[in-house]
Each structure stands twice: as structure tokens, then as C-alpha cells.
Design a protein around this ligand. Structure first.
Ligand code: PGA
Length: 252
């Protein structure tokens, strides 16, 4: 089963609109060297529309970093999936560990957000991953099971193939300490096996990205694993050249 790799750059709370446009110029200059890989940038909300315009026609997508499940309402500080689409987004990160930790985002909330994203026509990227404590105490697989099964519990069977899952062990995020290819592959295989229980054949179509200290130096080894279908990249996605090098590694 061949799955088109996806390399998504999670900018977190970095870059003004001017900086985002400078990045877009640099990235566009290097496109075409990276082979058949889908690239998406997840900027802060303020840069969604300028980046979507800058990338129009280039094939590079723009994703939100979060979205609310309601179409509108009294939710100060939130934006809806429809608003993301209106700003030019084609996908959305959901359940990043920083949001789970800082904004108390729960599996129950994600179970509502994922179908809301799909209904708006967005590609949801459900982020999951265990903490260092959970890994050390042998509960990694139970944690991944819970996050996948609950987070995707609202998805209609016909929509599963549109979902993307990002496995991001929390101990590897922003630490420079990436999972080894073996550890990552074992987790990805486990996640795909769990997906098979809930959506049968679509499990082979769902892209599972690895995230956590991905950089040009370790990307090829990680992305050559059979169940790793791309990367969710934080720090190394802030410069066009390093993101392009990771994208190139995804197809090599
Ligand atoms: P990192 O972040 O690549 O800087 O570890 C990944 C992420 O948080 O998505």
C-alpha cells in the first residue's frame, strides 16, 4: 500500500506575517527538488491567509494549529473549522501535546473536533504520544490506544482514510532527542494495528506521521520505516532549507 508522504511544519507561536512571507519565498524557490511529497505549513492563525495566498498554485498546503468544533458561538479566543477554511487552510493539527498540557485539551474534546474538521473539508492531523513517565512505566501502548480510539471515536467509517495521525512522543518534542527508527516504527505499527480494529482496510490508507526532533540528519532513517508516512516537524520547519531537506528524505 503506497501512501503519499506528508511533511508538515508546525511553527507553534513563531513568525510574524512578514517572516512567514519570507519563508514562503525561500520554500517556493526550493520546491521541485523534494520529489512526490505533500508539504504543509501550520503557522499561527494570523499568517494563515497570507501564506495560503503566497502558496497558491504551488501545491504547498496551509494548516491550522487548532480549531473549535462549533461553527460559531460564544467562545472567546477560539476559531472554528469553517473560519480556518475561510482563511485558506486545508488541514488542522488537533490534540498537539502542548495543547493537551497547556489548554487541557481532552480526548473527549478531540472526539468532537476531528469530525468537525472533516465536515468542514479539512484534513485533521490527530496528534498522540506518550510522556517519558508513561514510557518508563510501560504504559505507552495503553496511552496510544486510548488517544487513538477516543480521539477518532466520532469519525464515520467512510471518512477514516482522510484522517492523518501524528505520533509524537512527548519526550522527543523540542528536546533534540528523537525516537530511534526502531522505537518509532514499533509505535507506528502498533497504532496501525489499532486502527485496523476500528476501520479495517482504511488503516492501510491512513498516514501516520512521526514527530519529535525530526531534522535533516535523522529524517531519512526515520522516514524509511514501513509505517512512517511523513513527519510533523517543529524547530527544523522554521527554515526553508531544512524543511526541504526533510521533505526530500521522505521520498528517497
Ligand atoms: P520538534 O517539534 O520538531 O521541535 O521536536 C515537533 C512538534 O512539536 O510538532
Amino acid at each position: 500500500m503506497s501512501r503519499r508522504p506528508l511533511v508538515a511544519g508546525n511553527w507553534k507561536m513563531f513568525k510574524t506575517r512578514g517572516e512567514a512571507l519570507a519563508f514562503a519565498d525561500g520554500l517556493k524557490q526550493g520546491l521541485g527538488t523534494s520529489g512526490d511529497v505533500e508539504i504543509a505549513i501550520c503557522p499561527p492563525f494570523t499568517s494563515l491567509d497570507v501564506l495560503a495566498s503566497a502558496f497558491a498554485g504551488s501545491g504547498v498546503g496551509v494548516f491550522g494549529q487548532n480549531g473549535h468544533e462549533d461553527a460559531n458561538g460564544a467562545h472567546t479566543g477560539e476559531i472554528s473549522m469553517e473560519m480556518l477554511v475561510d482563511a485558506g487552510a486545508s488541514g488542522v493539527l488537533l490534540g498537539h501535546s502542548e495543547r493537551r498540557a497547556d489548554n487541557n485539551e481532552t480526548d473527549q474534546a478531540l472526539a468532537r473536533k476531528v469530525p468537525a474538521a472533516l465536515a468542514a473539508g479539512l484534513t485533521p492531523v490527530l496528534c498522540i504520544g506518550e510522556s517519558e513517565f508513561e514510557r518508563d512505566s510501560g504504559t505507552t501502548k495503553a496511552v496510544l490506544d486510548r488517544q487513538v480510539l477516543e480521539g477518532l471515536s466520532g469519525v464515520a467509517i467512510g471518512d477514516f482514510a482522510k484522517v492523518v495521525v501524528a505520533y509524537e512522543p512527548i519526550w522527543a518534542i523540542g528536546t533534540g532527542k528523537s525516537a530511534t527508527p526502531e522505537i518509532a516504527q514499533e509505535a507506528h505499527r502498533w497504532i496501525r494495528d489499532q486502527l485496523r480494529e476500528i476501520c479495517q482496510d482504511a488503516a492501510d490508507q491512513i498516514r501516520i506521521l512521526y514527530g519529535g526532533s525530526v531534522k535533516p540528519e535523522n529524517a531519512a532513517e526515520l522516514l524509511s520505516q514501513p509505517d512512517i508516512d511523513g513527519a510533523l516537524v517543529g524547530g527544523a520547519a522554521l527554515e526553508p532549507d531544512s524543511l526541504l531537506a526533510i521533505a526530500a528524505a521522505a521520498t528517497s
